[in-house]
Design a protein around this ligand. Structure first.
Ligand code: ZN
Length: 86
């Protein structure tokens, strides 16, 4: 038996794990119960407004720490600490 069966995982190259804090702009789902990290109020779904929320994955020294939720306006208010929400 001489065949080399070793395979290399290419997935690590295709989708590297981000190691820095980043923010994502998302619509607010019905039943959302996250609390805004700035104003401490619920981020509530509203069918009438096109409300947006910002979900930030917070990393420290390359290690994931926590998720923070913000109203989109609150996130802008605190100066976008985790970068532009995308
Ligand atoms: Zn808020």
């Amino acid at each position: 038996m001489t065949a080399q069966t070793t395979t290399f995982a290419a997935a690590a190259v295709v989708s590297p794990t981000p190691r820095v804090s980043r923010a994502a702009d998302r619509s607010i789902d019905p039943g959302n119960d996250a609390v805004c990290a700035r104003c401490r109020e619920r981020i509530k779904f509203s069918a009438r407004s096109q409300a947006r929320q910002v979900i930030a994955n917070v990393y420290q020294d390359g290690r994931w720490q926590r998720v923070e939720h913000y109203h989109a306006l609150c996130y802008a208010d605190v100066g976008r600490p985790y970068g532009e929400a995308v």
